[in-house]
Design a protein around this ligand. Structure first.
Ligand SMILES: *Cc1c(COP(=O)(O)O)cnc(C)c1O
Length: 384
């Protein structure tokens, strides 16, 4: 399936840099996702932290997905935009009292809890309001996601989740907490996982843990396996929409659910990454000792992933469609050496004023932008 087509003449009048969102592609992605999940009866919550742009969120809500939030403000935004509170989950290792209270008052579906002290605080705050909080235990399954170390979350050494050696203690305590209802188990092993094997390994761990809880007398209605399925950054047009069917099938094949047990997912990147591109103009081309620099008017303030995670994004010159027979280091204007989008990037002869697109930037792009160096607010332009 073909990805985004860029209309250079339409961009000519736009002030750069800006995010360009291909909403038709987002619509097709949501259709493919819904078709695949409905086949198995799975529930999907969209991870707000990947992209919290209103236009995008509205399409996602209209497609019937739930909301996976990691802050009180994300929970508030979900409710404001009309997401059903019964489809809102709230995760995070450091939920503040204020955030917990807001989520309790909205009556969200589930708090994904990461420690016993957190569960105690939720119990206390719920008790003070005469409410019962429905929670899932975020479990650290010790499954290696084989992704970048900053986006691996499911290993014992990470700060996330409750470790199996703590289960007994947690259950003993939770039994006495009258304003807590333990309703599920939650897992999330990392992000940008492109090989499906870690998900198979996750299923096998989930089966063991699910069985352990049953033996302790907990037949929990919800299993939430998080998100993290990766996308193709190298060839965004070859794989504009991931194979959701193959992804869900791994869970269908390897996870053992009991009758009535629901399977939930939290997907961020796979929903929104390919529909967004960062569009920028070349300010200067400068010759270096070993290389030429193409200096853009976009920088790490608009898209920090390359600087933060050494992430790869495909870069294209859409003003010159000639053969890419030159190499440039493509950099931004910010006063940091890490403000570099790509080294030795194959490009055609590139000059001042050319429009450049940085592809697959719809996830963890606009939402992570900052005003460092007092840069302008990041803008967005839409395909329709
Ligand atoms: C970030 C996050 C997700 C989404 O991850 P993606 O890689 O964008 O799919 C899901 N669940 C939790 C708990 C997260 O922190």
């Amino acid at each position: 399936m073909m990805g985004t087509v860029f209309d250079v003449s339409r961009f000519a009048a736009e002030k750069t840099p800006f995010y360009y969102y291909d909403l038709a592609l987002l619509g097709k992605t949501l259709e493919a996702l819904n078709k695949a999940r409905q086949k198995y009866g799975y529930h999907v919550h969209y991870a707000f932290k990947a992209n919290a742009n209103d236009r995008i969120l509205e399409m996602i809500r209209a497609a019937g997905l739930g909301a996976d939030c990691v802050s009180g403000n994300e929970v508030k935004k979900a409710i404001q935009l009309g997401f059903d509170p019964k489809q809102v989950v709230f995760a995070g290792v450091g939920k503040s009292d204020e955030e917990i209270i807001a989520a309790l008052e909205f009556g969200i579906f589930c708090f994904n809890c990461e420690s016993l002290p957190e569960i105690e605080v939720i119990n206390e705050l719920a008790a003070a309001r005469g409410l019962v909080a429905s929670i899932a235990l975020r479990i650290n399954p010790n499954v290696d996601a084989h992704t970048h170390k900053y986006i691996t979350t499911g290993l014992e050494e990470n700060k996330f989740g409750i470790n199996p050696y703590e289960f007994e203690e947690v259950l003993t305590r939770v039994k006495d907490l009258e304003h807590i209802r333990l309703n599920g188990l939650h897992f999330h092993i990392g992000s940008q996982i492109t090989d499906l094997t870690p998900f198979k390994n996750l299923c096998l761990r989930v089966n063991e843990i699910n069985h352990w809880f049953l033996q302790k007398g907990y037949d929990l209605p919800v299993i939430n396996v998080g998100g993290g399925v990766g996308i193709n950054y190298r060839e965004p047009d070859k794989e504009a929409i991931i194979d959701f069917e193959a992804y869900f099938k791994v869970f269908h094949d390897f996870i053992q659910l009991r009758p009535g047990q629901q399977l939930h997912f939290e997907l961020g990147r796979a929903v929104v990454a390919q529909c967004g591109s960062l569009v920028s103009r070349v300010l200067y081309v400068k010759n270096g000792i070993n290389t030429n620099f193409a200096i853009l008017d976009a920088g790490m303030t608009e898209l920090i992933r390359p600087a933060l995670y050494q992430a790869f994004h495909k870069i294209e010159n859409i003003s010159n469609t000639a053969f890419a027979d030159m190499k440039y280091d493509v950099v931004g204007p910010i006063c940091e050496s890490s403000d570099c989008f790509g080294k030795a990037v194959n490009l055609p002869l590139t000059k001042r004023g050319d429009l450049m697109v940085i592809r697959s930037a719809g996830a963890y792009g606009e939402v992570m932008s900052s005003r460092y160096n007092l840069r302008d607010e990041t803008r967005a332009v839409y395909s329709v």
